[in-house]
Design a protein around this ligand. Structure first.
Ligand code: MN3
Length: 301
C-alpha cells in the first residue's frame, strides 16, 4: 500500500511568463519514454513482480522505495505544467469572445481541447505514455541495468528541457529532479556493484555535465540532498541502508538514509479557468440552479 502526504516535494515559485509551448516541452518529463511516469511504473511493476524477495531483500527494498518517491515526482511535474498553462488564454465565460483563440497557435492543443489547461499523461509531442515503456524482465541484474540506463536517459531529457525552458518554475522543478534522479542513478549503480562487484559509479556523470552547473540543483547539493535516500515508509524498506552506504562517487561525500519523506512544500492552488467553469451567467440564474438541484437530488443545494 502507499501512504499519501498532501505536500509537494518542494515549493514551486509562480511562473514568470506562463507559456503553452514551455508546458508542452515539460510534458516530456511526465509522459515521455524517459519521463517520471516511466520511472514510477517501471519500479512499481518490478517491485510487484519481484521473485526471491527474502534472498534479495535489500534490492527489493531499494526498488520498492524508489518507486514510492517517483509518485511525488509525477506530482511535481504535473503542477509545473499546470502553472505554465495558467493564464495563457483570454479569461471570458462568453464563448462568442473566442476565449481560447490563442490555443490554435500552440504546439499542444490537447491542453486546451482535451483538458482545462492542465497536465496530461502525454509526451512533448502529445503522444500518450504507454505500458511498453515498462521493463520488468524477472532478472534482477538486467532490471537494475535497465533502471540505471533509464535514470541516465531521464537525466539527459531533464537537461535538455532545462536548456529549452528558462521559466523559474520549470527550472526549480528540473533542478530538484536532477538531484533526486542523480541519487537514483547512484543507488542503481551501488546495487549493481553489490550484485556484481563492478564499480559502475566510475561511469558517472552521464551525460557528462555536473549537477553543480545548474544553480537550481547546486543549491540542493550544497545542503547535501544528493547524499540522502529517503525511506518512504513508517516501518518498512529498512534494508535500503545496506545498498545506500559508503561515499558518493562524484564528490566522495558520505551517503545516508533519512527516515520519512522530505518536508516538502505546499501544493499550489490553481485558479479555475472560466471558459468551462463559468460562474452563474446571465442565462443561468440561481433559481434555475436550485430547481435543477431539486430535480436531480430531491433537495435544493
Ligand atoms: Mn524521478
Amino acid at each position: 500500500m502507499i501512504l499519501r502526504v498532501d505536500r509537494l516535494a518542494i515549493e514551486l515559485p509562480a511562473p514568470e511568463h506562463p507559456s503553452p509551448n514551455s508546458a508542452a516541452a515539460v510534458q516530456e518529463l511526465m509522459g515521455g519514454r524517459f519521463g517520471e511516469m516511466s520511472t514510477l511504473m517501471n519500479y512499481t511493476f518490478q517491485s510487484f513482480n519481484f521473485r526471491g524477495r527474502d534472498k534479495f531483500r535489500p534490492f527489493y527494498d531499494l526498488i520498492a522505495n524508489i518507486a514510492t518517491e517517483e509518485f511525488g515526482h509525477i506530482e511535481l511535474v504535473s503542477h509545473t505544467i499546470n502553472m505554465l498553462l495558467t493564464g495563457t488564454t483570454g479569461r471570458s465565460s462568453d464563448p462568442t469572445d473566442t476565449p481560447l483563440e490563442a490555443a490554435t497557435d500552440v504546439r499542444n492543443s490537447y491542453h486546451y481541447i482535451a483538458s482545462g489547461q492542465t497536465s496530461l499523461p502525454i509526451d512533448s509531442m502529445g503522444v500518450p505514455w504507454n505500458g511498453s515503456y515498462v521493463f520488468s524482465s524477472g532478472n534482477l541484474k538486467l532490471d537494475l541495468l535497465h533502471n540505471f540506463f533509464l535514470e541516465c536517459g531521464a537525466r539527459a531529457n531533464k537537461i535538455r528541457v532545462y536548456e529549452m525552458v528558462d521559466d523559474a518554475v520549470a527550472r526549480e522543478m528540473v533542478g530538484y529532479l536532477l538531484v533526486r534522479g542523480g541519487v537514483h542513478i547512484v543507488a542503481y549503480a551501488k546495487a549493481l556493484e553489490a550484485l556484481s562487484g563492478v564499480d559502475v559509479g566510475k561511469l558517472l556523470p552521464i551525460p557528462d555535465i555536473s549537477n553543480k552547473q545548474f544553480p537550481e540543483a547546486r543549491k540542493h547539493e550544497e545542503k547535501g540532498l544528493h547524499q540522502i535516500l529517503y525511506r518512504f515508509s513508517p516501518n518498512d524498506f529498512r534494508e535500503i541502508s545496506r545498498i545506500w552506504t559508503g561515499t558518493h562517487p562524484e564528490d566522495g561525500s558520505a551517503l545516508r538514509v533519512l527516515d520519512g519523506p522530505p518536508e516538502g512544500g505546499p501544493v499550489p492552488e490553481h485558479p479555475a479557468e472560466p471558459q468551462l467553469t463559468a460562474p452563474i451567467g446571465p442565462g443561468l440564474d440561481q433559481g434555475m440552479l436550485q430547481e435543477m438541484a431539486t430535480r436531480l437530488f430531491g433537495k435544493a443545494m
